[in-house]
Design a protein around this ligand. Structure first.
Ligand SMILES: O=c1[nH]cnc2c1ncn2[C@H]1C[C@H](O)[C@@H](CO)O1
Length: 363
């Protein structure tokens, strides 16, 4: 996006990122390497060439944006080494951006080639199940945590158009609750499926029963009723995007009063046409004025050709964000993360320390 500021670092301090898709955050070089190893032909064989094919250059619809995944998902899906590698490299990339805690989300079904119906991305049936995908991502993330000294947890996505996968997703959340999976999400095209299917509702009921944390993509491009349903029916503790909450002021005020967390993704919201392309009119400006609880996130940096620094630069340049607000929103993000209470407190404390906000207890 030509009019964006260059990748300057406007907030060079520890950060928390809560909304980023693993399959939207793969290195282009890795896609090329894996395609070469597996003998998969791609429309371009250089990083520059493939980047041009994958990225969204201009604002499109959410549906068009979601179509971009088909350019490369068949390369990594069903391949054990590739899945471990993308998880590992993801942690490295986040550490380089100054993220000290990240929750990364993905659909295990989209990376599998057996025990998933239909088998995605026109793959032939193989022997990699959604269950093993979660195991491999956990291994990649843990190795990344060890090598790059940050903390990474994962969120498993149900997909709006695939309700038959949702009970599986919640079962995987239960199975891997101690293995790095902290929550369930509902992603996909809310413009085509704005009311949650009963299977999604059942999965979220099960999540509540088993103490699995819950977030839902809602009010990104769909109406405020999707947000209302996410919070009231699916019992979401955080809202993915949530921009269109502002269309229902009663709902918005209720959510403010509850300190509901909004996972805001500035660059994403422009390129999916979720928001006005003029960043000076972005809903997060209202969130900030109202001292709402929200995070700043990349969402799918591969497809948006972006970094977390770029999202922060935009918030600074076009939306008037200050260092103090960056600190406040990161502390709110840490408090809204899905870690167990003790680890969450430690994370919040680390931010207070890094931001020079530790109060002396001396009298
Ligand atoms: O911004 C988004 N909105 C809705 N769904 C999304 C967004 N970004 C990625 N996804 C989908 C496509 C991915 O394959 C899936 C799981 O990460 O989630």
């Amino acid at each position: 996006m030509a009019e964006l500021p260059s990748d300057q670092v406007v907030f060079n301090k520890p950060k928390v990122e809560l909304h980023v898709h693993l399959d939207g955050a793969i290195r282009v070089q890795t896609i090329l390497d894996v395609a070469k190893r597996r003998g998969i032909s791609l429309p371009a064989n250089t990083v520059e060439g493939m980047t041009q094919i994958i990225i969204l250059q201009q604002p499109a619809t959410l549906t068009q944006f979601l179509g971009k995944f088909a350019e490369y998902m068949h390369v990594v899906a069903g391949d054990r080494a590739a899945i471990k590698r993308i998880a590992y490299e993801f942690v490295e990339d986040k550490a380089k951006e100054g993220v000290i805690y990240v929750e990364v989300r993905y659909s295990p079904h989209f990376l599998a080639n057996t025990k998933v119906y239909p088998i995605p991305w026109d793959q032939a049936e193989g022997d990699l199940s959604p269950d093993e995908v979660v195991h491999l991502v956990n291994v990649g993330l843990s190795e990344g945590e060890r090598d790059f000294k940050i903390k990474a947890r994962s969120i498993l996505c149900c997909m709006r158009h695939m309700p038959n996968w949702s009970m599986d997703v919640v079962e995987l959340c239960k199975k891997y609750q101690q293995g790095g999976v902290v929550a369930i999400d509902l992603a996909g095209d809310e413009s085509l499926n704005s009311e949650a299917n009963p299977e999604h509702r059942k999965a979220y009921e099960e999540a509540v029963r088993f103490g699995i944390h819950r977030t839902v993509h809602a009010g990104e491009v769909g109406p405020s009723s999707v947000v209302k349903e996410a919070v009231e029916v699916l019992k979401a503790e955080r809202v993915g995007h949530g921009y269109r909450t502002l269309e229902d002021q009663v709902l918005y005020k209720n959510l403010l009063a509850q300190n509901m967390h909004f996972e805001v993704c500035p660059i994403s919201s422009k390129l999916t046409s979720a928001c006005d392309p003029d960043f000076t009119k972005h809903p997060v400006i209202r969130f900030r004025k109202d001292k709402a609880n929200y995070s700043l996130n990349t969402d799918d940096p591969l497809i948006f050709n972006s970094t977390l620094h770029l999202d922060y630069s935009i918030a600074h340049k076009y939306m008037g964000f200050t260092e103090d607000e960056f600190k406040r929103l990161n502390i709110g993000s840490a408090k809204s993360c899905f870690l167990p209470e003790k680890e969450k407190k430690e994370l919040v404390h680390r931010l207070y320390e890094a931001y020079g906000m530790v109060r002396s207890t001396a009298f």
